[in-house]
Design a protein around this ligand. Structure first.
Ligand SMILES: Nc1ncnc2c1ncn2[C@@H]1O[C@H](COP(=O)(O)OP(=O)(O)O)[C@@H](O)[C@H]1O
Ligand SMILES: [Mg+2]
Length: 258
């Protein structure tokens, strides 16, 4: 990981490379933020939730972002995932600058490149585990046969091959979060953005869910940005950096891959 608040950053390649050209040249990082600043205006008051944040995460790398409540962690994830484009600076996923995409094109690119895992209440309560995982495939127009195969693979990836027919409230909290992880991975995204994914779980379940998230992402070659306020969760990452009042410190630790 590279992270800094002040270095000049090189430009993102402007285009998402085609499958053939991707092989011929160096792959762009899964995600790159360059001097991202986000200002919120509340009447005459101005609040900077992010201040000159730069961060690069490569394919297969897991970076934890820690920091106290209000530090800007969720704001950063929303910008990295193209959910908020009202910022200054640049944010690119797989070499594509979010600011160059608009409307349905941006939504389609997000579905294909980004998987989100958030804290609690993210599953559709009336839909089974398998149906929840199927949602991104339905939105992308994947054919029924391929959907069944990919949902089964995703359930197996998170160790829930026998639980696909259950509704979320028939599953434990840890199992529900594993369904959310399977849903985030089912489209084969380059990037997983996880916002306090274990915040509602007890510490033993949290540790196993994080291990599973990171193993599943690594198996699929996805990069992960893992937001957490829990230093024990952050320890599972390859590197971590701390956000404080919108500013990102240089990495606070580098640990070998498990
Ligand atoms: N849409 C918004 N309008 C105004 N202020 C916001 C908005 N989104 C975030 N903020 C402010 O930005 C700061 C960072 O928020 P957030 O990114 O949610 O922090 P964290 O996820 O680290 O708890 C907070 O002070 C929050 O109130
Ligand atoms: Mg938050």
């Amino acid at each position: 990981m590279e992270s800094s608040s002040s270095e000049p950053a090189p430009e993102c390649p402007p285009e998402f490379p085609s499958a053939s050209s991707a092989k011929a040249r160096t792959e762009p990082p899964a995600v790159r933020a360059e001097r991202v600043t986000r200002v919120h205006r509340d009447g005459r008051r101005e609040l900077k939730s992010l201040d000159q944040v730069s961060l690069t995460v490569s394919a297969g790398e897991v970076v934890a972002v820690t920091g106290p409540s209000g530090a800007g962690k969720t704001s950063l994830l929303h910008i990295l995932g193209g959910l908020d484009t009202g910022y200054q600076g640049r944010a690119c996923v797989a070499g594509t600058d979010w600011q160059t995409l608009h409307g349905s094109e941006r939504a389609r690119f997000r579905r294909r490149t980004c998987g989100f895992v958030v804290q609690g209440l993210a599953l559709l309560p009336q839909a089974t585990a398998a149906e929840n995982i199927e949602v991104p495939l339905l939105l992308d127009g994947v054919a029924p046969g391929a959907r069944r195969t990919r949902v089964a693979e995703a359930l197996a990836l998170v160790g829930l091959e026998d639980q696909g027919a259950k509704l979320p409230d028939q599953l434990s909290g840890g199992q529900q979060q594993r369904v959310a992880i399977a849903r985030a991975l089912v489209n084969g995204p380059a990037l997983i953005l996880a916002d306090e994914p274990t915040g509602s779980l007890d510490s033993t379940t949290a540790a196993s869910v994080v291990r599973l998230l990171l193993a599943a992402a690594r198996e699929r070659g996805a990069a992960v940005v893992l937001v957490t306020h829990d230093p024990q969760v952050a320890r599972h990452a390859d590197a971590s950096a701390r956000l404080h009042s919108g500013r990102l410190d240089t990495p606070v630790h580098e640990s070998p891959k498990e």
